[in-house]
Structures are given as C-alpha cells and as structure tokens.
Ligand binder design. Structure first.
Ligand SMILES: *[C@@H]1O[C@H](CO)[C@@H](O)[C@H](O)[C@H]1NC(C)=O
Ligand SMILES: *[C@@H]1O[C@H](CO)[C@@H](O)[C@H](O)[C@H]1NC(C)=O
Length: 450
C-alpha cells in the first residue's frame, strides 16, 4: 500500500513536470556568436556567409538568407571611423554579448553595450518574419552610421546602449551611456542621453542630455521604462533605474525636464548579493535594476513595482509621486514607497515586466536560471508565485525580459560565464525565448484560468 502511494506520488510529480515542461517559453532565436550584416563591407561579413549572386547573403551551409532590398544598412557606405591603430578591433566576436531584447512588429531588437572594444554596432535588430532562427546576423538600427563609435560633431549617433523600451506610440526609447568600456578602463566618449526613435520612419526624433544633478559619478542607466498612453503621446514620462548610483531618474517629454529621485529602497540589499550562476560563485552589488508599470488608473497614475538586482524584495511607488517633481524630490518621503514583500532566498532578479491586461508580473530570476511570475491580482504570498521555466544549461542569465502586446520575450546570455570564465563560441550562448503570456503561465500558480 505504502509503495503504491509513493509510486502514485512519483507519477503525479512526473506528470506535473511534464506538464510544466510542455509550456513555458520557446527557444525562438539562438546564437553561438554574434555577427553583423552590412553589405558592401568586407569588415562585418560573418565568416560563414558569402555574398550571393542576388546581392543578398548566403550561409555557406546552404541556407539562403537574403535581406530585403530596403535593408537600411545597404545604403550605408561609411564604416565606423575608428583610430587607425584600432582598425583590427572593429569586430571582435568574443566581445559582442547581447544584453537587451525587445520587439516592435517584425523587428526583434538586440542591444550590445560597448563593454569591450570590437562591437561594430550597439543597437540592432533581426527580422522576425523571416524563417531564420539560428545565428541570424544583426542589422544595425537605424543604420550603421548612427552606431559608429566615433562620429562627427553634427552626426546623431549612439555609442552604447544596454536595453530599449518600446512605447504605445511606436517609439523606441533608450539611454546612450556614451561610455566605451575596455578592461579596467572606461572612456566617456559622449554625453549620457535619452534617444527616442520613431519606429515608423527610423528617425531619431528626440535626444535629451541628462542634467548633472540627475547623475552621480557611479551612474549606470541600463533600463528604460516608458509611461504613456497611445492617446496622449506627447505627455510621456520615462523612468531610469540607476543600478550603481542607487536612484531613479525621471524624464518628462512634455516638460522636457528630468529629476532624480532618492530613496533607500533603491539600494542593494547587503545580504542578497551572493550569486551562483553557471557554476560560478560571485558577489554583486547592483541596486535598483528594473521597474514594471501597472495599468493606468482613471486619473492616469500607475504603480511602479521595482526591485534591486542584489535583492529579494519587491517595492512599489505610485507614478503620481514620480511624475510630480516636487513630490518626487522631497527630502522625506513619508509612506510614498511601500514594501510589497520578500520573494525569498535565491530570487534575485535582473529584469521584470508586467502584462498589463492580466496583471501578471514576470521576473528574470538570474540566480535560478529561471523566469518566474506573480499574479499581482493575488496577495503577495509564495503560493502565488510560479516558475514559468527553468533550465540550468540553456537559461543561464536571463538579462532582459519584456512584454510586447500579449507576448513575453526573454534574452539569456550566459553573462557570468563570459565575465568570470570563458564562453565556448561553438556552443549556443545567446538565446531569445518567447511565448504568448497565457500559454507561458499555463499550469503555474500564475495561471488564473484555473
Ligand atoms: C584608457 O583609454 C584611453 C582612451 O582610449 C587611453 O588614452 C588610456 O591610455 C587608457 N588607459 C589605460 C590604463 O589603458
Ligand atoms: C534543459 O534543456 C536541455 C536542452 O534543451 C534539455 O535536454 C533538458 O531536459 C532541460 N532540463 C530541464 C530540467 O528541463
């Protein structure tokens, strides 16, 4: 009898695993190493790609990969104007580690911060409506010239970006950190700026240089969160967590002004800095890393749920506070900021985003090689948190997580292995995972259809 019960339990447990394994996220794009497409250039052609007689690209493996005639890169004849000495450093595939992924229509944006030399282009995309899914070369966006590391004074360009936001008004927002990092040597090549691109015209429509008072000497703005509705595109706000300066920068498009918000909840949690990822133990001290907005209330305000990377709590503040410069910058915040709760040991999260119509919050749990979820309609209790997908070999370091319409997009990039060990560039290192959010949470605690 006892045996029967335990084998039943095993069967139930096994069934449950199967069920969970059959949904979650799909591996949509995979890369062993990052390559770039640029026609008419002998510099960026991927090693295994030949120019075909049709003028497109063909993998030597035989799969045709022909880019459309209106490929924005094809019109570019300039290559980045680097120091002559560094010419051979223009493309070093080992240093091209994708950090952000986001989507707009048929474009899957992939960002590569210039954390080392040898990154030809920081803002890029790959087409989603083409069948190619493995080692698809990145296309610089809006073009290669804009991504040039050094540019003439009058040329709009983007030096280094970590991640991008896509808003409800067909605009891409990002921060150009202006920094080129080489090992142990940071070089500020440009100002730290907000860049806004109209996705319908591929034009930079606005740049905004942060004020000195927005920043600290340690500032790193690696994430952008945009607060806007499609019927009020001019009245947009953007929030920028400062993960190393431990603050939040707010920008109002209408007022064309920015301010810095200070609060202790933006700091790291000292006891949550231990990480073990990809078999490598290390300590990180990143503070506020990501923020997710709830649906707008009748008065236009939302809640901003945020957290530190070295932390396990979730916090919340109303955007009513953040959007009002006087309230946002007052020296004592009373109870403006609230603790939602502690997610528990090992729940450290890089990116998070909220699917507004369902209220499901998704968390990229770097310390567990997993994507988690919480249905925010339910109380903050462990039983209302779920694991969407976990895999210790394929989901190492989910670095970005975005909701686009009803889809979830997750980028995993094996970052700690790159930093503290070495990647094998013949294996798959970078993946973009996707699924419909309702499919992704099926069978988890966040599935509110059961
Ligand atoms: C850091 O980079 C700057 C600019 O590229 C260079 O002039 C300087 O020599 C570098 N310093 C070190 C220690 O490598
Ligand atoms: C992790 O992914 C690998 C490769 O797809 C697969 O073989 C393995 O079963 C997965 N592990 C789990 C626990 O799902």
């Amino acid at each position: 009898m006892k045996l029967l019960v335990s084998s039943l339990l095993v069967i139930l447990f096994y069934y449950n695993i199967c069920l969970v394994g059959s949904i979650g996220l799909n591996e949509e794009f995979t890369w062993t190493r990052i390559t770039f497409v640029e026609r008419k250039s002998r510099y960026y052609r991927p090693k295994n790609v030949e120019i075909s007689s049709k003028g497109g690209y063909v993998y030597s493996g035989g799969d045709a990969l022909v880019f459309p005639e209106d490929d924005p890169v094809s019109s570019t004849t300039n290559r980045p104007d680097l120091n002559g000495d560094n010419a051979n450093l223009e493309y070093i595939y080992e240093n091209n580690i994708p950090m952000g992924a986001n989507r707009w229509k048929n474009k899957l944006f992939i960002t590569i911060p210039r954390r080392r030399l040898g990154v030809p282009s920081t803002l890029n995309y790959v087409p989603i409506d083409k069948p190619e899914r493995h080692n698809v070369p990145l296309i610089p966006y809006p073009d290669l010239k804009t991504n040039a590391m050094r540019a003439t004074a009058d040329q709009e360009h983007i030096i280094s970006t970590y991640r991008v936001a896509i808003d409800a008004c067909d605009r891409l927002w990002t921060v150009d950190t202006g920094i080129v990092e080489t090992l142990g040597n940071q070089t500020q090549l440009g100002e730290q700026r907000i860049i806004i691109i109209d996705l319908n015209t591929d034009k930079i429509i606005k740049t905004y240089r942060f004020k000195d008072s927005d920043l600290t000497h340690a500032t790193v703005l690696a994430m952008t969160v945009v607060d806007v509705t499609s019927n009020n595109c001019d009245d947009a706000y953007a929030y920028f967590p400062d993960l190393a300066g431990f603050g939040l920068v707010v920008y109002s498009l209408k007022k064309d002004e920015s301010w810095r918000v200070k609060h202790n909840y933006f700091y790291l949690e000292p006891q949550a800095g231990e990480f073990r990822i990809g078999g490598i133990p290390f300590q990180w001290n990143d503070g506020v890393f990501s923020a997710a907005l709830t649906d707008a209330r009748a008065d236009g305000s939302r809640d901003m749920i945020f957290h530190s990377m070295a932390g396990t709590h979730l916090y919340v503040v109303s955007t009513k506070i953040l959007k009002d410069k006087d309230l946002a910058t007052r020296s004592y915040h009373e109870d403006d900021f609230k603790v939602l709760g502690d997610r528990g040991p090992g729940s450290q999260t890089s990116a998070s985003d909220l699917h507004k119509s369902s209220g499901i919050l998704f968390l990229s749990m770097v310390n567990q090689n997993a994507v988690g979820c919480w249905d925010t309609n339910k109380p903050f209790e462990p039983k209302n948190f779920g694991i969407v997908q976990r895999n210790d070999s394929t989901m190492v370091y989910p670095a970005d997580l975005k909701i686009y319409q009803d889809d979830i997009i997750v980028l995993t990039n094996s970052m700690p292995v790159f930093l503290y060990s070495s990647l094998n560039y013949d294996e798959i290192n970078f993946r973009v995972w996707m699924n419909n959010v309702y499919e992704a949470v099926k069978g988890t605690n966040c599935d509110n259809s059961i």
